[in-house]
Ligand binder design. Structure first.
Ligand SMILES: CC(C)(COP(=O)(O)OP(=O)(O)OC[C@H]1O[C@@H](n2cnc3c(N)ncnc32)[C@H](O)[C@@H]1OP(=O)(O)O)[C@@H](O)C(=O)NCCC(=O)NCCS
Length: 179
């Protein structure tokens, strides 16, 4: 995965009804350790990383790269949204396209925060890179993620086998330019 070529990162924080999306900061480090070490979060993502290694190796400001949004609720990080480009995606339909990923702490699941945050991130991307289609890959067994993808307007392109499981590739058509 590569960065999307976004300029002026981090952007002005994006505010939704309940959440703020912003670039990462030093105060997010403990939440990043929790997120990346959580076996529950990584059930369909190929395994969590050992907490001790994360504590040692994560930079002071983790995941500060253009396209990596921290999702904040009441002043604390609850998740991360990743907007990247996949030039070498193994599926031709997704190669070179903008790609959406999302990870939320389990205590924030089931409350609609992921859908609220991802919809805002996609709106933001429509403004930053107008006309870009966005792809998303998730294990089809990841039912929460599959429901979220549908709510966000992703439609199935294909299913394929990779990493020992069936994967679902979805795409969201670009928003038609107004006027
Ligand atoms: C995938 C993941 C982000 C989904 O999180 P989530 O909290 O289930 O997603 P949503 O924000 O869509 O919220 C889901 C539920 O909240 C409920 N909800 C409660 N209050 C709500 C509100 N105020 N507004 C909207 N929904 C609300 C909804 O009914 C919804 O349930 P439904 O999907 O059965 O309709 C989360 O499970 C996760 O982080 N998993 C680990 C990482 C992962 O697997 N990522 C995928 C790889 S890209």
């Amino acid at each position: 995965m590569e960065e999307l070529g976004l300029t002026g990162w981090p952007p002005e924080p994006v505010r939704t009804e309940r959440l703020v999306l912003r670039g990462s900061e030093a105060r997010d480090r403990a939440a990043f350790v929790e997120l990346l070490a959580s076996p529950e979060v990584h059930t369909y993502l190929g395994g969590a990383r050992p907490r001790a290694a994360l504590e040692r190796e994560l930079p002071g400001v983790p995941e500060r790269w253009p396209g990596s949004f921290v999702v904040e609720l009441d002043g604390a990080m609850i998740g991360q949204i990743l907007l990247r480009r996949a030039p070498a995606h193994q599926r031709p339909a997704a190669a070179g396209k903008a790609d959406l990923g999302y990870l939320f702490l389990p205590r924030a699941w089931g409350l609609g925060y992921a859908s609220e945050a991802c919809a805002a991130a996609l709106d933001w991307l429509d403004g930053a890179l107008p006309g870009e289609p966005v792809v998303l890959t998730t294990q089809s067994a990841n039912t929460g993620s599959m429901r979220l993808a549908a709510k966000l307007g992703f439609v199935e392109v294909e299913r394929f086998e990779a990493w020992g499981a069936e994967q679902w590739l979805g795409m969201r058509a670009p928003v038609a330019p107004s006027g």
